[in-house]
Write a protein that binds this ligand. Structure first.
Ligand code: FAD
Ligand code: MLT
Ligand code: ZN
Length: 457
């Protein structure tokens, strides 16, 4: 990595202002390691632009000086894609924090890339709307980061992933040019869908600076239920049946007894049921009128349900308690040391086989490890987390991802490829597809300066 000269640092300061170029290790270290602690990089400078124009000037300058950069939002990504593993400069977009007014007629708002998802949700709610994406990292994850990863989360079943919320973006391409299409027209077949292309591009094609987001009607009446099930087969059948019989269904999440034990021990929570159960489904239904009776009827019709705990619309604290059993998995697992996080999708027909095989595959690859499973059941999306393995030892990643591919699944459901899964992109994508990816990258980032160590093998 080429050292930046004092003059070059001065140029960066002249673009964004002195306080927004961080060079002391004390200040840059938090931007250099990922949320899990598995991916540790280093950088000579973190640059924090305050406008699209400043982003454009920075990218142009980096291209001229052949310096690579890593765009970063909330740094909650889980695949090592937002940290400077190759010594790149970090371009932190958090200062792009403006939230525009909600357009009540269209149900849309424009937000800067650095706005957190919690802030988008709050702005939408204040205007009588809601935002369709929700995830446990809501207080830190940003609009730009969730677009760049096409984040999924807890409401994909009802509203789709982030791509389905994005009506337009403003972004700086790798040559410093600004593309901006924030009009928010619902029907707009005027050529290539650049916004759609940037969704899931992981900072490799452009730096997103703002987005026009679709909002959804708020559904005031919510019911949360936790089901203890007798088997994985019962869980899979339940998901299909609930989707068919409960139109108000908004989330269906899965976890297992060992994960629940870990969460309860780590956070000192009371167990939801007196008897230990193998598999759990957490479901949430939301509607304009109280869906409790519909939930009771749909759950009552399910075979293989051993226990049920329900929190009705009038019990928000109890609802939060039930959600905590699921949402706290990420932090509880991280408290055991940096995990290997494998976020995968399986076809419904292969899910039971995968749940049976994956612990064996993990144990063969890393006998001292522990394997934790949880995820978004309605999307066929399981998070396979493995603890007790050296951060640099990829053998368990390879074994799990090969099993996923053999079962026709996706090696990245919602977190992206990042650096963590880059060697295995070929398990899901053909050489011609990867070649097309490279051509797109070369067209939009001709100098190869935008997140050069991510996504493409
Ligand atoms: P970062 O981590 O900063 O960056 C992620 C990627 O996006 C990097 O490749 C980076 O270079 C790029 N990037 C960031 N900002 C920009 C920009 N403005 N322009 C171009 N590229 C950019 N993810 C899910 O999908 N579903 C979940 O349910 C979920 N739950 C989570 C729960 C917890 C507790 C945690 C810690 C993470 C969770 N995640 C989840 C992962 C993470 O929150 C998402 O990937 C999120 O989209 C990352 O947003 P961020 O702003 O933190 O991005
Ligand atoms: C989740 O569903 O909780 C997130 O994707 C985070 C994780 O995988 O740990
Ligand atoms: Zn998830």
């Amino acid at each position: 990595v080429r050292r930046l000269s004092a003059e070059e640092l001065q140029t960066l300061r002249s673009i964004v202002g002195d306080p927004h170029v961080l060079v002391d290790a004390d200040l840059t270290s938090g931007y250099s390691v990922d949320w899990t602690g598995r991916f540790q990089g280093s950088t000579q400078a973190v640059v924090r632009p305050g406008s699209t124009r400043e982003v454009s000037r920075l990218v142009s300058w980096c291209l001229e000086h052949d310096l690579a950069l890593v765009p970063q939002g909330g740094n909650t990504g889980l695949v090592g894609g937002g940290v400077p593993l190759g010594g790149e400069l970090v371009l932190s977009l958090r200062r792009l924090g403006d939230v525009g007014p909600v357009d009540g007629a269209s149900g849309q708002l424009t937000a800067g890339a650095g706005v957190t998802i919690a802030a988008v949700q709050a702005a939408a709610a204040a205007a009588g709307w809601a935002y369709g994406v929700d995830l446990a990292a809501r207080d830190s994850a940003t609009v730009g980061g969730t677009i760049a990863t096409n984040a999924g989360g807890l409401r994909v079943l009802r509203y789709g992933a982030t791509r389905a919320q994005v009506l337009g973006v403003e972004a700086v391409l790798g040559d410093g040019s600004v593309v901006s299409h924030l009009g928010g027209l619902l029907k707009d077949n005027t050529g290539y869908d650049l916004a759609g292309l940037l969704c899931g591009s992981e900072g490799t094609l452009g730096v997103i600076t703002a987005a026009r987001l679709r909002l959804v009607p708020p559904l005031g009446e919510r019911v949360v239920a936790l089901l203890g099930l007798e088997s994985v087969a019962a869980m899979i059948a339940a998901v299909g049946s609930l989707r068919r019989q409960l139109p108000a269904l908004e989330a269906v999440e899965v976890f297992f007894s060992d994960g629940l034990d870990l969460v309860c021990e780590t956070f000192g929570l009371a167990r939801p049921f007196a008897r230990r159960r193998g598999v759990f489904l957490l479901l949430e239904a939301a509607a304009a009128t109280d869906p409790t009776d519909d939930v009771a009827a749909a759950v009552g019709a399910l075979p293989g349900v051993a226990e049920v705990a329900v929190a009705t619309a009038g019990e928000p604290a109890r609802q939060a308690e039930l959600w905590r059993y699921r949402e706290a998995h990420t932090e509880a697992i991280n408290s055991l040391g940096p995990p290997h996080k494998l976020d995968v999708t399986l076809p419904a027909a292969a899910m039971a086989r995968f749940v049976e095989l994956v612990p064996r595959v993990v144990a063969d690859a890393a006998p001292e490890s522990r394997c934790w499973l949880f995820g978004h059941a309605a999307d066929g999306n399981l998070h396979v987390n493995v603890t007790g393995v050296d951060p640099g030892d990829d053998s368990v990643d390879e074994a799990v991802l090969e099993l996923v591919a053999a079962l026709d699944g996706s090696i990245s459901a919602e977190h992206g490829i990042g650096t963590a899964k880059k060697p295995w992109l070929g398990l899901n994508r053909s050489p011609t597809e990867i070649q097309a990816f490279r051509r797109l990258k070369a067209a939009l980032d001709p100098g190869g300066i935008l997140n050069p160590n991510v996504l493409l093998p």
